[in-house]
Structure formats: structure tokens, C-alpha cells
Design a binder for this molecule. Structure first.
Ligand SMILES: Cc1cc2nc3c(=O)[nH]c(=O)nc-3n(C[C@H](O)[C@H](O)[C@H](O)COP(=O)(O)O)c2cc1C
Length: 389
């Protein structure tokens, strides 16, 4: 019997051939002016050859002051579109889908990217840069909303199959939903509805630019992993609001820049340590099913064809990310209905062909040891494979 992992699924109008997602990963494969390069196309082509169903690109910053790492891809101007087109052309022969992650760093932006201070919902100091951001004005919020919408329009023009709003890991949208970083007293802060308002406004603005058919996904923090931060109960409510507003899929993550643990937990050795946000993903999935009525994505009807099964069920699939390593855990996330798709970052840096290896029965576990040595300013790489320059 075909494993659930290899059944197609629909995210809005986008048909993804299997349940494997390459989670957004800042590849650092850009030139000095933050245009994407042929090296990035090589990297994605290896993932496409390896049958990853959906690639979510690394963080692309929507405004110049939203850059959060020294080497990061830009999408703040139309001039970046042709380079993305070249990358996407290389993926045309493959049945996979590719989505651009659009983001702004807020208080986690690097100082070199900002003329003066980074901006944020509230002036909460960021220990890593030792800077206190400037509190955003109403005008700033309107302008940022348009920046995200323009970035989504550029993504569509470049040929991406969709966009993902980055509302996780302590970046700007994650700062707004978090009571730890959002201390505002106006309509953008306070209640969970107010803290989520900016994301709902951005979703609306993006829809106006790209239309109803273009998939818009979100990566959402389910727990900031810091005292006073966002907890899963509030994340569930935000996901429901997003579901009702027409988001096409929710990827569930957690952690912020100054939290421990973070999004990338080290040394995942046993199955017990894997999939550390899976229980939160399940809560979010249950809430979304409550919104739309229980669907069949987690338990497809055996009488239906793969394509029929892919297009019914929950209107808003849930993607689980964070420490997923073994086939047994992947299968159980899908079969127990914790999530509809499994997403990985570090394992694909070491093994871009991991999905094919699993499909062929050549491995049951990613070789990644979660050492967190993969980041490199001249391109991510696995530190366990050969020497680093
Ligand atoms: C080198 C590196 C870069 C990352 N860049 C991004 C990014 O651009 N956007 C994002 O949402 N998450 C980013 N992440 C986090 C991953 O998407 C993922 O949430 C996290 O690594 C946990 O998944 P894993 O255990 O499969 O690696 C990055 C992770 C790594 C290791």
C-alpha cells in the first residue's frame, strides 16, 4: 500500500505531489546585492531531483530595513524578479511546487540594514544586537502591509506557485502576535485579536494584489519558548482567524531569536526528541477542522483516487516542522492526524535526496545529527560532509 507520505495534497489551488516540505532555509546563496544566484538554482534542482514535494525558499526580505542576516535574498523591488525567474525556469521539468517565503525582521533585523534603528511593534531591546527598536507608527504599519503585498505580487510575476508569510521565530509578524514583544495599547496590541490584526490585514492586502487563486501560506509560531511569550492556546485562536480569512496552509513552528529552546533544537538523537511542535500542530489542526468541518486529509477514503483525496478534506492543511527525522515519526504525524505534511530544513542540507531514499526504502532516518553547523555566509552546507572554507 502506498504510504500516506507519498500521496498528493492540495494547498488551496496548488497540488503538491507528496507530503514532504523543505522548510524555509536561508541558503545564503545570493550575490553581494542580494540577488539570487545560479548556485541557488543548483541547490533547488537537487531537492527537486530528490522529489521534495514543496520547496519553501529561504527568508526573502520585503523592505530594505527588514534584512535579518548578512547574506539573504531580497524581494523589496521589481528589479529582483528576473533572477528569481531564472531559478524557477530550472525547476520547470519537475512536478514539485515552490513558494517564496516573505519576511521582515523587525527588532531582529541586522543594524547594517537599517538607516537608524530597527522597527518593531514595541521598543523591547534585542539582546543579540544590543539595540532597542523604534516603536512603529500607524503609517509604518500601513507601509509594511503594502510591502508584503507588493512582495507577493512580485513572487507571482516571478513564477512562484505561492508565498508564505513568515510569522514565526521572532521576526516582525511574530513580534506582533507575541505578548512578549508587543506591548501596544492601540488596536494593534493587547487582545489576541488586536495582536493578530496586522497579519490579517497583510493577508487581505496580498489577496488584493495576487487574487483568490494564488496560494498564501503562513509559518506561525505556536510557542515563543520564552516567559511571557505566545503560547499554543493563543496560536490556535490566531490560526482559526487565519483559516476563516482564507489562508491556504499553516506551518507550525516556535521559538524566537532570544529564546531557548529555539526553532532549531540541537542533538536530536531519539524519536522522543523528534517533532517537538507536533502536539501544537495537532491542536491547530483540530481548531481548523472545527472551523471547516472534519476532513479526510489525515485519513483518506481508500475508494477515492489520489487526486480526489487530495482535493477534499480540511480546507486549510497543517504542516508540522521541527526536528522530524525518522520515517516512523513522519508516518505517525500523518496517520494520527497531527498534521497533513511534514517539513524539514537541516536534513535536506545533508541529504537533498532524502525523500527518494525513503521512497526506495534505502533509509528510515535522516543522517542529520542536528549539530546546527550548517549556516555559512557563503552558502549553507553540512559541516559533517567534508571541509569548510
Ligand atoms: C541554516 C538555517 C536557515 C534557516 N532559515 C530559515 C528561514 O529563512 N526561514 C524560516 O522560517 N526558518 C528558517 N530556518 C528554520 C527551519 O525552517 C526549521 O523551522 C528549523 O530548522 C527546524 O526544522 P529542522 O529540525 O528540520 O531543521 C532555518 C534553519 C536553518 C538550520
Amino acid at each position: 500500500m502506498l504510504s500516506e507520505l507519498f500521496k498528493p495534497i492540495k494547498l488551496g489551488t496548488m497540488l503538491v505531489p507528496n507530503r514532504f516540505v523543505r522548510s524555509a532555509t536561508n541558503e545564503s546563496l545570493t550575490d553581494k546585492k542580494d540577488y539570487v544566484t545560479d548556485r541557488l538554482a543548483d541547490f533547488y534542482e537537487a531537492l527537486a531531483r530528490g522529489s521534495v514535494g514543496l520547496i519553501i525558499t529561504g527568508y526573502a526580505y520585503v523592505r530594505q530595513d527588514g534584512k535579518s542576516s548578512t547574506s539573504q535574498a531580497a524581494i523589496y523591488d521589481d528589479k529582483f524578479i528576473p533572477a528569481y525567474k531564472t531559478v524557477i525556469e530550472r525547476l520547470r521539468p519537475y512536478p514539485i511546487r515552490i513558494v517564496l517565503q516573505i519576511a521582515h525582521g523587525g527588532r531582529q533585523s541586522i543594524p547594517a540594514a537599517c538607516d537608524s534603528k530597527p522597527i518593531a511593534p514595541s521598543p523591547v531591546p534585542y539582546p543579540l544586537t544590543k539595540l532597542t527598536p523604534r516603536e512603529m507608527t500607524e503609517e509604518d504599519i500601513q507601509e509594511i502591509t503594502h510591502s508584503f503585498a507588493r512582495a507577493a505580487r512580485r513572487a507571482r510575476e516571478a513564477g512562484f506557485h505561492g508565498v508564505q508569510l513568515h510569522a514565526a521565530h521572532g521576526y516582525l509578524l511574530s513580534q506582533f502576535i507575541s505578548p512578549f514583544t508587543n506591548r501596544r495599547k492601540d488596536k494593534w496590541g493587547g487582545s489576541v485579536e488586536n495582536r493578530a490584526r496586522i497579519i490579517l490585514e497583510i493577508l487581505k492586502a496580498c489577496r488584493k494584489e495576487v487574487g483568490k487563486e494564488f496560494p498564501i501560506l503562513i509559518k506561525l509560531n505556536s510557542d515563543d519558548c520564552i516567559e511571557g511569550g505566545l503560547k499554543v492556546e493563543e496560536a490556535v485562536r490566531i490560526a482559526s482567524m487565519l483559516g476563516q480569512a482564507g489562508i491556504d496552509a499553516v506551518e507550525v513552528s516556535g521559538g524566537i531569536g532570544d529564546s531557548f529552546p529555539s526553532a532549531c533544537r540541537p542533538d536530536i538523537k531519539s524519536m522522543k526528541e523528534e517533532a517537538y511542535f507536533a502536539n501544537n500542530a495537532q491542536k491547530i489542526k483540530e481548531a481548523l477542522e472545527g472551523t471547516f468541518g472534519k476532513g479526510g486529509l489525515g485519513s483518506p477514503d481508500p475508494k477515492k483516487t489520489a487526486d480526489q483525496s487530495a482535493s477534499d478534506g480540511c480546507l486549510c492543511p497543517v504542516i508540522c516542522v521541527g526536528g522530524i527525522r525518522s520515517r516512523e515519526v513522519m508516518e505517525s504525524i500523518i496517520s494520527t492526524g497531527k498534521a497533513d505534511m511534514v517539513s524539514m530544513s537541516r536534513p535536506f542540507i545533508r541529504e537533498p535526496d532524502l525523500v527518494e531514499k525513503i521512497r526506495k526504502g534505502l533509509t528510515d532516518r535522516a543522517a542529520c545529527i542536528s549539530c546546527n553547523q550548517c549556516w555559512h555566509p557563503r552558502g549553507i552546507r553540512c559541516a559533517q560532509l567534508g571541509t569548510r572554507d
